[in-house]
Write a protein that binds this ligand. Structure first.
Ligand code: UD1
Ligand code: CA
Length: 457
């Protein structure tokens, strides 16, 4: 079917009183992304010629947060109903093709369902509807004996017979753009809520002999809106479960698909396994056979094939090579780059540091602003003293170095290839290659030394 030109209007003027929050409702996050941003992204995937967001009182922060070159903004103040809201977008809308109305607080509608709606009858008006076991609160779809849609009646205006109808208006509609201004101009607010209802354009279309069609989404969750934190939490779980199911279908082994949170873009190879309680943020790439232990937080990281991450790790803005052995309790901060087969163990913090192949820091260390060669062993308790209180300095540790436990490397400093630092060394000058450097006081023993005893008062 040929696509008609498409324009999209997203209604986002509602205040969302029931969120009990200073943040406008449509900016509350699902999967780390504002509700309205989900809607904008879905709308964009339909390649509309025009994308208009209607914002309201106090909504300047909505505009400044979501603003983008392809969005036109229309202010609605005061808010006199959904029909009035769409009317505010009219100056931005041209007479061509279809105008799709979406709600900024209904984040999970799939593009495929919207396409079905747009194709339901391109010459007419199309409504996305669902059958609900409990339709309370929604506008009902009133059909005649032959099943043709006649109008939509709002809950508050409905009689008992109409309230018994289970097919409801999701609010999402595709309207012939050429008819929009005329229909909106004919709306009145003589109804139970004293509002200009967008839904009343359905009866106007019928009266003019314009075809009214309906389409249904694949899942009821696609048209659920957010009015409270309860609904926000429910949609978060629905969305996360959908992501988890996609991952399972894609071959990822999830210890529990109900206990994973993906707040961004997660890509994965074959035979990836993820234990419970992990959070993925930003862009995360897991290559083949990566194994992520329980309760890890991974943000903007790329992990090479075969790397194993034990429990309770926190990685951010890091590049991790293949066959690494990381954690438990490892922290990789921005600018960390690990080569192949690197081991980073418990309570080791790494920041802005490159570590080459087969090097190990297995216990209790801080490594910042450093460059570490291959096959280096960083002993327990090693610290790069990278900060002098004013500036950061670099530590260079060349290939095959062995750093004894409890060593401080006072940067800037270089440890030459093959060097050994004795335990407890405070290194303030470069250590030459292939030699033992040690900087602690010589060990002595005092024979006959007696411990102090407590003095009697
Ligand atoms: C609306 C529909 C109803 C449908 C229901 C689905 C109308 C008259 N009714 O009812 O048939 O079943 O949605 O959830 O359209 N908004 C504005 N400006 C306004 C009013 C609303 O931007 O002046 C926005 C809200 O922020 C929200 C959306 O429009 O995103 C829907 O508004 P809401 O008040 O929730 O409509 P309902 O009464 O639930
Ligand atoms: Ca609503």
């Amino acid at each position: 079917m040929a696509e008609l030109p498409l324009q999209v209007v997203i209604l986002a003027a509602g205040q969302g009183k029931r969120m009990h929050s200073n943040l406008p409702k449509v900016l509350h996050p699902v999967a780390g992304k504002a509700l309205a941003q989900h809607v904008i992204d879905t709308a964009r995937s339909l390649a509309p010629g025009k994308l208009v967001v209607v914002f309201g009182h106090g909504g300047e922060v909505v505009r400044s947060t979501l603003n983008s070159a392809d969005i036109s903004w229309a202010k609605q103040e005061p808010q006199l109903g959904t029909g009035h809201a769409v009317a505010q977008a009219l100056p931005e809308i041209s007479n061509v093709g279809q105008t799709l109305v979406l709600y900024g607080d209904v984040p999970l509608t799939k593009a495929s369902s919207l396409k079905r709606l747009l194709h339901a009858g391109q010459d007419g008006l199309s409504i996305l509807t669902v059958e609900l076991a409990n339709p309370t609160g929604y506008g009902r779809i009133v059909r005649d004996a032959s099943g043709k849609v006649q109008r939509i009646v709002e809950e508050k205006d409905a009689n008992a017979e109409e309230k018994a109808i289970c097919e409801v208006n999701t609010g999402i509609m595709a309207i012939p753009s050429a008819r929009l201004a005329d229909w909106l101009g004919k709306l009145s607010n003589t109804n139970a809520q004293g509002e200009y209802y967008l839904t009343d354009i359905v009866a106007l279309a019928v009266a003019e002999g314009v075809a009214v069609n309906t389409a249904q989404p694949d899942g009821e969750w696609e048209v659920l809106g957010v009015n409270s934190k309860v609904q926000l939490a429910e949609l978060e779980r629905v969305h996360q479960r959908n992501i988890a199911d996609e991952m399972l279908i894609g071959g990822v082994r999830l210890a529990d698909p109900n206990r994973i949170d993906v707040r961004g873009e997660l890509s994965y190879g074959r035979d990836v396994a993820i234990d419970v309680g992990c959070v993925f943020e930003g862009k995360v790439e897991l290559a083949d056979a990566v194994d992520v232990g329980p309760y890890c937080v991974l943000k903007n990281v790329k992990i090479g094939a075969g790397t194993r991450i034990a429990a309770f790790c926190h990685f951010e803005d890091a590049l991790i090579g293949p066959d690494g052995v990381l954690g438990p309790y490892a922290r990789l901060r921005p600018g960390t780059e690990l080569g192949p087969e690197v081991h980073i163990g418990n309570f080791v913090e790494v920041k802005n540091t490159k570590i080459a192949a087969q090097s190990k820091a297995n216990h209790l260390a801080y490594i910042g602003d450093a460059e570490i060669g291959q096959r280096v062993n960083v002993g327990a308790g090693t610290i790069t003293c990278n900060y002098d209180g004013a500036n950061k300095h670099k530590t260079i540790i060349e290939d095959d170095v062995f750093i004894g436990s409890d060593t401080q490397l006072v940067a800037p400093v270089t440890v030459g290839r093959g060097a050994t630092l004795g335990a407890g060394t405070t290194l303030t000058k470069n250590a030459p290659p292939d030699a033992l450097t040690v900087s602690r006081a010589r060990q002595i023993t005092l024979n006959g030394w007696v411990r102090p005893v407590k003095q009697k008062k």
